[in-house]
Design a protein around this ligand. Structure first.
Ligand code: UDP
Length: 370
C-alpha cells in the first residue's frame, strides 16, 4: 500500500493549488501556507461592494492550446465562452490590438492597401510577426510600417510597463503581442479560451475541497519554516527571498490598480482598452463586467499603473536579472536532493501564462509520481 506523505506547499496561487489538488487526490496530506489573506494568487477575484465581480490583480483570461490543462480545470469550473478583444486608444481613435490589418486600415487608411500586400507577400497571410522581427525588414515601406507600429503601439507602452525600451527586455515579451497579418481581432488565438462561470476563486475552492488539505492564510514561510515538518516541499514564492537575497535582489515590476465604480452601465467599447501613448500615465483600463458578461446598473473599471509600487506582477527579464536568477537556480536544483522543489512564476522567475503554470504543476506531479 502507498504510504501517504506530509507535504508543504508554499503559496496558494495557481501553481500551488494545482499541485495541492493533485497531491491530495493521490492520498497525501498537504498543508498550504499563503502570505496573503486569500487564495488564488494574482488570479483572485471577488465581488466588490457594488456586487460586481472584479479581478483584484488585473484581468485574467484563461487561454490554452493544451487540451490536458483545459480538461483538468474543467473538472472544477464551467466556463463562460469568451474571446478576448483589446482596443488601443490612438490619438482619439480606437483600433484593435494586436496590430492587425484592421488596425492598419484604421490608422493608415491611405497606405493600407499597398502595405497589406507587402506584408502578405513577405510573411504570408495569417502569420504573426513580432515587432522586433518586423523592424529588421529591408523593404523601405515595411520599414516605415515597422517604425510606425513600434512607435504607436510598443515604445511608450513598454516604457510605462517596464521602465525599459522594447529592445532591453527579452524578445519573448513583446512577441506576446505580435503584428497579425490578418483581420483576426482576437487577443489570443488559442483553441480553448474562457473565464470560470462562478469566478476563479470558486474554482480554486473546489480544487482545495479535500479532507487531506489544510490551508493557512496570513502565514509567512519565514515564520513557520523551522516549525513545520514535511517529507516534501514545493516552494512557489520569490526565489531570491527564499535564499535571503544572497546573490542580490531580483527586479520585479509592480502594479497598482486604481478601481472606480461608476454610476453608468457602460464605460468603454471593449473589456480592455490599452493606452500606449505617454499622454496617459496608465497602461490600460479594464471594465470587469464586460469580461464576464455581468448585467449591472453600475460598472467597475480598473486603471493600471505599473511601476515600483503595488503587488509583484512580472519578472523583469533583462540580462542582469537573468544572470542573477541563474545563480539562484543552481542552488535551487541542489535542494531537490532534500525534496524541495521550486516551481511557478515567482520561484522560476518566468513570465508564465496561467495555462503554463497549470501545465508545469501537472508535469512536475507526473514526474515525481506520488
Ligand atoms: N505591449 C505593448 N503595447 C500594447 C500591448 C503590449 O507595447 O498595447 C508590449 C509590452 O511590452 C507588454 C508586452 O507587450 O509588456 C506583453 O503584453 P501583454 O498584454 O501580454 O502583457 P500582460 O497581459 O501580461 O500584462
Amino acid at each position: 500500500m502507498k504510504v501517504s506523505k506530509k507535504i508543504l506547499i508554499v503559496g496558494a496561487g495557481l501553481t500551488g493549488i494545482t499541485l495541492t489538488e493533485r497531491l491530495a487526490s493521490s492520498g497525501n496530506n498537504v498543508l498550504v501556507i499563503e502570505k496573503r489573506n486569500h487564495i488564488g494568487g494574482n488570479c483572485y477575484d471577488f465581488k466588490n461592494k457594488a456586487g460586481i465581480l472584479i479581478h483584484k490583480y488585473g484581468p485574467h483570461i484563461f487561454h490554452t492550446n493544451y487540451k490536458e490543462v483545459w480538461d483538468y480545470l474543467s473538472q472544477f469550473a464551467d466556463w463562460i465562452p469568451y474571446r478576448h478583444k483589446v482596443l488601443g486608444f490612438f490619438d482619439g481613435e480606437y483600433a484593435p490590438i494586436p496590430f492587425n490589418l484592421n488596425t492598419l486600415r484604421k490608422l493608415l487608411p491611405k497606405q493600407a492597401k499597398d502595405l497589406e500586400k507587402k506584408l502578405v507577400e513577405k510573411f504570408g497571410f495569417n502569420k504573426k510577426v513580432p515587432i522586433l522581427e518586423l523592424k529588421k525588414t529591408k523593404d523601405k515601406d515595411l520599414k516605415f510600417l515597422a517604425g510606425f507600429i513600434y512607435k504607436k503601439v510598443f515604445l511608450s507602452y513598454t516604457e510605462k510597463q517596464w521602465g525599459l525600451k522594447p529592445e532591453a527586455i527579452d524578445p519573448s515579451v513583446t512577441a506576446r503581442v505580435p503584428v497579425v497579418v490578418s483581420q483576426d481581432d482576437r487577443y489570443f488565438q488559442d483553441k480553448y479560451q474562457g473565464i470560470p462561470k462562478n469566478s476563479y476563486t470558486k474554482m480554486f475552492e473546489r480544487m482545495l475541497n479535500n479532507k487531506n488539505i489544510k490551508v493557512r492564510l496570513d502565514t509567512d514561510f519565514k515564520d513557520i519554516k523551522e516549525k513545520v515538518k514535511y517529507d516534501l516541499m514545493f516552494y512557489t514564492g520569490p526565489i531570491d527571498e527564499f535564499f535571503n537575497y544572497k546573490f542580490g535582489k531580483l527586479d520585479y515590476r509592480y502594479l497598482k490598480i486604481n478601481f472606480k465604480t461608476l454610476n453608468q452601465e457602460s464605460y468603454q467599447l471593449a473589456p480592455v482598452v490599452n493606452y500606449p501613448s505617454l499622454k496617459y500615465p496608465f497602461t490600460r483600463i479594464t471594465e470587469f463586467k464586460k469580461l464576464t458578461q455581468q448585467n449591472h446598473k453600475k460598472t467597475t473599471i480598473g486603471i493600471e499603473y505599473p511601476g515600483e509600487k503595488g503587488f509583484i506582477a512580472w519578472p523583469v527579464l533583462d540580462e542582469k536579472n537573468k544572470r542573477i536568477f541563474k545563480k539562484y537556480w543552481i542552488e535551487a536544483e541542489k535542494l531537490k536532493k532534500q525534496n524541495i522543489y521550486f516551481v511557478g512564476r515567482l520561484a522560476e522567475y518566468k513570465y508564465y501564462n496561467m495555462d503554463e503554470a497549470v501545465k508545469n504543476s501537472l508535469d512536475l506531479f507526473n514526474k515525481i509520481l506520488l
